[in-house]
Design a protein around this ligand. Structure first.
Ligand SMILES: [Mg+2]
Length: 441
């Protein structure tokens, strides 16, 4: 019997590795602050400055990776623990970074500092810390290999990423100060006017209203006004769990034909499931499914249709793709949540969304609320066209740090005196009788 012919083809010789060992030599963590308008939500109002932390991971290979995350004091402390732990580690081995960072937080007893003003729990603290290092490591990898981060995540399936314009009820200006450039939005007319400007300036094809501020009837009327003015734009409302189950069901039924989805109408997996049984409207969340541990009970209870991913609290870009795989497995839709953020986060969001096929809802962004001059990223790469941001094509995240701007925004942090996000405390300084209530209606 002749021996079978091998069917596997092999190269004549194994190519030599082209990459030597790479080590993290130092990490800079720089808290920054940027001006934020008085945007209202169900726990208060945005303070005059939003906080972020900029993470620079330096290597012995000459590449520095960038990450951006929350800037609250307790989170900064955890970032510093993690920064010490990853010194000497290989930025190509994100599994090792994750183990080192998780271990570095073993003795951490600090609480809070998650930058979400109490609206999302701290159930995934290690993932929140890991995120900025994961993004920076992927930035380093891309820079050294000469490929964009979207390639490292499996390849872009879309050349640009659509975003949703984020509408807020807002005061005309800060108490005692003149009106800001956006002016007041405290009723349906104000919300429609704000939407008109966002659509005109950015071309958004989806709009989301932050609710939970006024009685649900008034907020439903704002959605109806938006629908009549922008019939082809996908609409969402997010009251951050401010409504009871009966209120949520009533609003869902009223807006069933006008919303793309209803986000966190009520609080908790069971209450969300109860609402979901009584409406055909898809329910979305970034409050009751915020970590991997939340997924099994959410599936068991039938709590939601859509999960809003957010690499800042799901452990970075690669773990956000793990979430995407679970969403695909269990038939959940995938959208993206945002907090006030700068350009490093926007670039990371765009690479992730571009390389995640089932992330096909327009992503949230607070971008229009930021003064364009307030950023740590050198201008020229990130911009909105027809409501979408083109995927950067340069190596890594495809953006560069503006060191002068970083220094200026750090100075702003030092001067502003804010060390953790506290929307409720700020509201009470303006309205001392302001009460937190859940559900509010
Ligand atoms: Mg939300």
């Amino acid at each position: 019997m002749p021996s079978p012919t091998p069917t596997t083809s092999r190269p004549a010789a194994t190519p030599a590795p082209t990459r030597g060992p790479t080590r993290i030599t130092s990490v800079d963590i720089t808290p920054v602050a940027f001006a934020d308008p008085p945007l209202l939500n169900t726990v208060g109002v945005h303070e005059p400055f939003a906080l972020r932390a900029i993470v620079q991971v330096h290597t012995d290979a000459g590449a520095t990776g960038l990450g951006e995350t929350y800037g609250d004091a307790a989170h900064l402390g955890r970032l510093r623990l993690a920064a010490d732990a990853v010194l000497g580690a290989d930025p190509f081995n994100i599994n090792s970074l994750r183990a080192l960072i998780t271990h570095s937080l073993d003795g951490d007893t600090s609480r809070g500092g998650h930058g979400m003003s109490g609206m999302v729990t701290g159930s995934s603290t290690a993932d929140r810390v890991l995120s900025a290092f994961d993004v920076a490591a992927l930035d380093i990898q891309g820079r050294l290999l000469g490929v964009p981060v979207s390639d490292l995540l499996g390849g872009a399936v879309r050349p640009s990423v659509p975003f949703s314009g984020y509408l807020f009820y807002k005061w005309a200006g800060r108490p005692g100060a003149p009106a800001d450039a956006w002016g007041e939005a405290l009723d349906p007319e104000g919300v429609v006017e704000q939407a008109r400007r966002m659509v005109r300036d950015y071309g958004f094809t989806a709009l989301k209203l932050k609710g939970g501020v006024f009685p649900p009837d008034e907020e439903a009327a704002a959605i109806e006004a938006l629908h009549s003015q922008f019939p082809r734009i996908a609409l969402r409302i997010d009251p951050n769990g401010a409504w009871s189950v009966p209120t949520s069901v009533a609003v869902a039924r009223r807006l069933e034909s006008q919303l793309e989805y209803l986000e966190d109408p009520t609080t908790g997996l069971e209450a969300m499931a109860e609402v979901r049984r009584q409406t055909r409207l898809p329910l979305a969340t970034n409050m009751c499914v915020v970590s991997f541990a939340d997924i099994p009970p959410a599936i068991a209870a039938g709590s939601v249709d859509i999960v809003l991913s957010d690499h800042h609290f799901w452990g970075g870009l690669r773990r956000s793709q793990t979430l995407a795989g679970l969403a695909e497995t269990f038939g959940l839709g995938l959208s993206m949540h945002s907090n006030s953020h700068l350009g490093i986060s926007l670039a990371a969001m765009v690479h992730l969304a571009a390389a995640t096929p089932n992330l096909d809802y327009a992503c949230d962004t607070h971008w229009p609320w930021k003064d364009p001059a307030d950023d740590v990223v050198a201008p020229g790469v990130l911009g909105f066209r027809d409501g979408a941001v083109a995927v950067p094509t340069g190596p890594g995240l495809g953006i560069e740090l503006d060191h002068d701007a970083l220094e200026r925004l750090h100075r702003q942090y030092l001067d502003c005196g804010i060390r953790e996000r506290d929307d409720t405390g700020y509201m009470r300084r303006v309205h001392p009788d302001y009460e937190l209530k859940a559900p509010r209606w």
